[in-house]
Design a protein around this ligand. Structure first.
Ligand code: NBG
Length: 923
C-alpha cells in the first residue's frame, strides 16, 4: 500500500496499488500540516439620484470621461477617516479639520455612550426603542427588542470602526484587501456581544427590559451570502483579521437574495424558495450612499495612436454603492469591515421615454441594472458561465479597486510603490478580472506605460485556489466576455501574448505546452481561462490544505510549477474561528475549557488547548465533558422533535454529515451504508440486536437547483428516513434525519451535538473541508477518507478507510474500461441496490439514474470504498461500546485542534503572503 508523499504524488496515476486500506491498518500519509509559508483618485463625480431637471437629455447614456486629476476629490460624509483639508498621512494631533474644535469635541463627548453596566446598556436600547423605532414600552414585541438591541450594539461597533479607520489612516500601514464573492456570515448579534466582551451585560439588560436574550437572538435572520465552505471561510478570516488587528477589509456583493431557502416536498424533493433577508431592515449594515463608483459594461474601444492606451466608451453605465458591515475583533478595540456593493442605475429612469409617456421603457434600464446584485448564484464547486455572473464579478472588482486606489492615492505615493501599501487576496478565481481592471486603470486612465503597469500589477495580487474539480474551474466563453468587457479582453490578449512569448522562449516549439498553458483556450468556442490569468497575474498562489496544495502542483497547475518554480506555489491550511465555533455555539464547553485552563486566552491562542490533552485521563473532567455533550445532544434532539417530528435516542451515536450535496462528497456512500445497517438490523435476532450500537444519522445540506443527481440523493435520504424512523420493529437502534435549509445558525446547534464527523469524499477531491474542523474541535471523532486533521488528532483517534488519493485514478480507469459487475465489486452494495429496487423506499424507478452512476463508471468509487466504509463503522461500534475510551478519544481530538484556528491561517497569510503587520488601536 503506498502512502501519498511529496515524492510519489508526482507519479500519479502510474504504478499504484489499488486495494483499499483495511480500516484498522490505516496508513496515514505523512504530511506536515504546518503551512509552508510560515517558513477616487479614480473617484466618480458626485452623483445625484432620481430625475433631475438640469439634465442634458442628449447626453444620457454617454460616458463622461474626465481625467482623474481634474475630477473633484471624492465626496464623503464625516464617518471614517476623511479629512477634507488634508491629503496624505493624517496627523491626528494637528489642526482640527473643520469648524470649532471645542464645539465638536463637546458634542462628540456628549454622544459618547459607552455602556459599561446593564443599566447603561438598557439606556441605549431604550434610546433606540423610542427614537430609531418610534416605539414605547407598551408597544413592544421581540422583533422590536432585537432591533433596538442590535442598534445599540451597532453604535459601539461604529465607534470602534471609526477609531480603527482613523488609527490606520494615521499610521498608513500596508493593507490587505480580501476579495470574496461570498460571505456566509450567519447571525451577528451573539457574535458581536461576545467579541465585545459584553454578553452577560446585554443578557442582564434585556432581561431587565422584559426579554429573554436567547429569544432576541432567534429573531435575527442569517446573512447567507454564500454557498458553503468558501463563503464561510471568508467570514472566519475577517473575524481573525479583526482579532489579530490586521489593517484589512473584505469586499463583496450585497445580494438582495442570499442562498435560496430549501424546502422539502412531501415526496422528499428539494424545493427552492427565495431568501429575502433584507426584507426586515438589516441593523448591521451602514449604507454609504456617498461612496459610489461608476461601472461600465459593453461599449466600444478606440486605441490611442502611438501609445499603449485606449479609450473605452459607450455601452451601459451604472453605479456600485457601498454598504459596510463592521466586524469586531475579540479582546481588541479593532474593528474590521466588509464592504458590499449594490448596483444602482446612474439615472433613476430614462427622461426621453418618460417625457414621451412610455413609462415602462423609462424604468427598463434601471431595473436591468438592479438585477446585477439581486441574487447569489447557488452553485458550489460548479461553474455556470452566465453573463449576469460576469457582470457581478466585474462590478464588484472594479468598484473595490476604485475604492482601494482612492485610499492609496490619498497617500501621495508613486504607483511604483503600490505593492508596498496594498495586497489583494483573491478568494478563488471569481475576482480575477481585477488583474485586467488594474491594468486598464493604470494604462488607460493613469498614463502608466504597459510594461511598468504590468510590473506594478503582478506585485499586488495573490490567488487562493479552492478546488481541483474540473467542473468548478471558471472559464468564460470568449464571445460573451468580449461583448461585455471589450477593453479587458484586449488587455488579456496582450498579457497572454507576452506570457506565451516567455513560454516559447523556455520551451521552443513545444506547441502542446503552449496550448495547455495559454490563458485563451483554443477551440470552438474559445474560452478565457480565469485560473491561468490568476496565476500569471499574481505573485503567489496557494492551496488550502497540504494534500490539496500538493495535488494542485502535480495535476492542474503542473505546467505552471515548471514555469514559475516551486516557491511560487504554497499552502495555507484553512481554519475556523474558535470564537463562533466554540465560544458561541458551545458555551458550556468554552466555560469548562476556560475554567480548567484558568483563563480565556485560548480564544486568541488556540494552541493553549493542547495543555488540556492530559485531561483525557482525568475521570472528573471526562464526567464534565460527557454531561456537556449530552446537554448539546438533548438540545439538538428537541429541535429534531419540534421541527421534524422525529424522536431520536440521545444515547445513540450522533453521526453528522453536514455540507453541500455533491457527488464527490458521497452522501451516497453514507445513505447506502444506512440501508445496509437497516437490513442487518431487520435480519438480526433479538439477542443479536442487543449487541448492536444505536445510531442517529444526521444530514443537512443544499443541492444546487440544477444538480439533478444531488437532488435525487436528498430524496433518497428523506424517504429512507421515513421508512426507518417509522419502523417500530427496530426500536431506537437507527434514525435518519435530513434537516432542511442548512445554515450557519443550524450548524451552531448541530456541531456541538455530534459524536461522529462524517468526512467521506473520494480521496483527493475535497480541497480541505472546514466542517471537519468545527466538528473535531467540539469533540466529534473523525470517520473519513483523507483528512489533514487526522494528523493532529492522532491516527488512534480516527476511523479512516477507503482508497487513497494516489490510487483513485487507477480505480477510476478500471471502473470505466475494465468494469466488473457490481456484485463482484461490492456484494454488500449490490444487495442494498436490490433492496432499493424492490420498492421499499418508494417507486424504484425514481432512483435509477442515481444507482446507474454506481453500476456504470462509478467515478467517485462508491462501490470500491463501500466494504471498507462498513468496516470502519464497525470499528466505531466497538469503541462506542466502551464509552470511557470514546470520551478519551473525543477529548484528545478536540484539544489537538489548535492549529485549525483561523487565527493561525490568517497569520500564515499575513507573514508568508501579504506582508502586513498587526496595528492594534491603543486602549
Ligand atoms: C471549497 C472546497 C472546500 C474548502 C473550501 C474553503 C469551493 C470552490 N471550494 O474543501 O470544496 O474547505 O472551498 O477553502 O467552494
Amino acid at each position: 500500500m503506498s502512502a501519498l508523499t511529496k515524492d510519489n504524488v508526482d507519479k500519479l496515476p502510474d504504478a499504484v496499488s489499488t486495494s483499499p486500506r483495511t480500516p484498522s491498518a490505516h496508513h496515514q500519509p505523512t504530511l506536515s500540516r504546518r503551512s509552508s509559508v510560515s517558513a477616487g483618485g479614480v473617484a466618480g463625480q458626485p452623483h445625484s439620484y432620481g430625475p433631475s431637471h438640469n439634465v442634458d437629455v442628449s447626453q444620457i447614456g454617454k460616458p463622461v470621461h474626465t481625467p482623474r486629476k481634474e475630477r473633484p476629490s471624492h465626496q464623503r460624509s464625516l464617518t471614517g477617516s476623511y479629512f477634507p483639508t488634508q491629503r496624505g498621512v493624517v496627523g491626528m494631533e494637528h489642526e482640527w479639520p473643520i469648524g470649532d474644535e471645542t464645539t465638536w469635541k463637546t458634542a462628540l463627548d456628549a454622544n459618547d455612550v459607552d455602556p459599561e453596566d446593564a443599566q447603561g446598556v438598557a439606556n441605549t436600547v431604550v434610546h433606540h426603542i423610542t427614537t430609531s423605532l418610534a416605539r414605547q414600552a407598551g408597544n413592544m414585541d421581540t422583533l422590536a427588542a432585537y432591533q433596538a438591541t442590535a442598534l445599540s450594539v451597532r453604535d459601539q461597533l461604529i465607534k470602534r470602526w471609526n477609531e480603527t479607520t482613523t488609527y490606520h489612516t494615521s499610521r498608513a500601514p500596508k493593507r490587505i484587501y480580501y476579495l470574496s464573492i461570498e460571505w456566509l456570515i450567519g447571525r451577528s448579534l451573539d457574535n458581536a456581544v461576545l467579541n465585545l466582551g459584553m454578553r452577560n451585560t446585554y443578557e442582564d439588560a434585556t432581561r431587565k427590559l422584559g426579554f429573554n436574550f436567547e429569544d432576541l437572538l432567534n429573531e435575527e435572520r442569517d446573512a447567507a451570502l454564500g454557498n458553503g465552505g468558501l463563503g464561510r471561510l471568508a467570514a472566519c478570516y475577517i473575524d481573525s483579521m479583526a482579532t489579530l488587528c490586521l489593517p484589512g477589509w473584505g469586499y463583496g456583493l450585497r445580494y438582495n437574495y442570499g442562498i435560496f431557502k430549501q424546502l422539502l416536498s412531501s415526496t422528499g424533493e428539494q424545493l427552492e424558495a427565495p431568501d429575502p433577508w433584507l426584507d426586515r431592515e438589516n441593523p448591521w449594515e451602514i449604507p454609504r450612499l456617498d461612496v459610489a463608483y461608476p461601472i461600465r459594461f459593453y461599449g466600444h474601444v478606440e486605441s490611442v495612436p502611438n501609445s499603449d492606451k485606449a479609450v473605452w466608451q459607450g455601452g451601459m453605465e451604472c453605479l456600485a454603492v457601498a454598504y459596510d458591515t463592521p466586524i469586531p475583533g475579540y479582546a481588541t478595540k479593532n474593528c474590521a469591515n466588509i464592504r458590499l456593493w449594490s448596483a444602482k442605475p446612474v439615472q433613476g429612469f430614462d427622461l426621453n421615454s418618460f417625457n414621451a409617456g412610455n413609462y415602462e421603457a423609462s424604468v427598463q434600464a434601471s431595473s436591468e441594472v438592479g438585477n446585477i446584485t439581486q441574487v447569489l448564484y447557488p452553485n458550489d464547486n460548479m461553474y455556470a458561465g452566465k453573463l449576469l455572473r460576469l457582470q457581478q464579478q466585474y462590478l464588484w472588482t472594479s468598484a473595490s479597486l476604485q475604492d482601494i486606489l482612492r485610499r492609496f492615492l490619498k497617500l501621495d505615493k508613486p504607483w511604483s510603490q503600490l505593492s508596498d501599501f496594498i495586497c489583494i487576496q483573491m478568494n478563488d478565481t471569481h475576482p480575477t478580472i481585477a488583474i485586467a481592471e488594474l491594468m486598464r486603470i493604470l494604462v488607460d486612465e493613469e498614463d502608466v506605460p504597459y510594461d511598468q503597469a504590468w510590473k506594478i500589477t503582478t506585485k499586488v495580487f495573490a490567488y487562493t485556489n479552492h478546488t481541483v474539480l474540473p467542473e468548478a474551474l471558471e472559464k468564460w466563453e470568449l464571445s460573451l466576455f468580449e461583448k461585455l468587457l471589450p477593453r479587458h479582453l484586449q488587455l488579456i490578449y496582450r498579457i497572454n501574448y507576452e506570457f506565451m512569448g516567455q513560454v516559447a522562449k523556455r520551451w521552443p516549439n513545444d506547441m502542446d505546452r503552449m496550448r495547455r498553458m495559454s490563458i485563451i483556450e483554443e477551440g470552438t468556442p474559445k474560452y478565457v481561462r480565469m485560473a491561468h490569468l490568476a496565476i500569471v497575474g499574481s505573485f503567489k498562489v496557494n492551496g488550502v490544505a497540504e494534500l490539496h496544495s500538493q495535488l494542485l502542483q502535480s495535476t492542474i497547475f503542473r505546467d505552471f510549477v515548471e514555469f514559475k518554480g516551486r516557491d511560487f506555489f504554497t499552502n495555507v491550511t484553512n481554519g475556523i474561528t474558535p470564537r463562533r465555533w466554540v465560544l458561541q455555539c458551545n458555551p458550556e464547553l468554552a466555560e469548562l475549557v476556560t475554567h480548567t485552563l484558568g483563563s480565556d486566552q485560548w480564544l486568541t491562542n488556540a494552541q493553549l488547548l493542547r495543555n488540556l490533552l492530559p485531561m483525557a485521563e482525568d475521570v472528573n473532567f471526562r464526567k464534565a465533558w460527557d454531561v456537556i455533550k449530552k446537554n448539546n445532544k438533548r438540545r439538538l434532539a428537541d429541535v429534531l422533535e419540534e421541527e421534524l417530528g422525529i424522536l431520536v435516542n440521545v444515547d445513540s451515536i450522533f453521526a453528522c454529515q453536514i455540507k453541500r450535496m455533491h457527488e464527490y462528497k458521497r452522501q451516497t456512500l453514507n445513505i447506502f451504508a444506512i440501508i445496509h445497517r437497516y437490513m442487518q438490523i431487520k435480519k438480526a435476532t433479538p439477542e443479536e440486536r442487543k449487541k448492536m450500537q444505536p445510531w442517529t444519522f444526521i444530514f443537512a445540506g443544499k443541492a444546487a437547483p440544477g444538480y439533478y443527481i444531488a437532488k435525487l440523493v436528498i430524496r433518497l435520504i428523506v424517504n429512507v428516513g421515513k421508512v426507518i424512523n417509522n419502523d417500530l420493529d427496530i426500536g431506537d437502534l437507527l434514525n435518519v434525519c435530513f434537516i432542511p435549509d442548512y445554515s450557519v445558525s443550524i450548524a451552531e446547534v448541530l456541531i456541538p451535538a455530534a459524536d461522529v464527523s462524517v468526512q467521506i469524499s473520494t480521496a483527493g477531491t475535497e480541497a480541505s473541508g472546514t466542517s471537519n474542523m468545527k466538528l473535531a474541535i467540539n469533540g466529534a471523532l473523525l470517520l473519513g477518507t483523507v483528512d489533514e486533521i487526522a494528523e493532529d488528532a492522532g491516527e488512534d483517534q480516527c476511523f479512516m478507510f477507503g482508497h487513497l488519493a494516489d490510487q483513485v485514478q487507477q480505480v477510476r480507469f478500471n471502473n470505466s474500461y475494465n468494469p466488473i459487475p457490481l456484485d463482484q465489486r461490492s456484494p454488500e452494495l449490490a444487495e442494498v441496490f436490490k433492496y432499493i429496487e424492490s420498492g421499499v423506499f418508494g417507486d424504484a424507478h425514481i432512483y435509477e439514474s442515481l444507482t446507474k452512476t454506481v453500476y456504470e463508471h462509478d467515478y467517485y468509487l462508491v462501490s470500491n470504498d463501500f466494504g471498507s466504509y462498513l468496516a470502519a463503522q464497525k470499528l466505531v461500534d466497538d469503541v462506542w461500546a466502551n464509552r470511557d475510551e470514546w470520551t478519551k478519544k473525543a477529548i484528545l481530538t478536540a484539544f489537538a485542534m489548535g492549529d485549525f484556528s483561523s487565527d493561525r491561517s490568517v497569520q500564515d497569510y499575513a507573514d508568508g503572503i501579504w506582508g502586513v503587520e498587526s496595528e492594534r488601536v491603543p486602549e
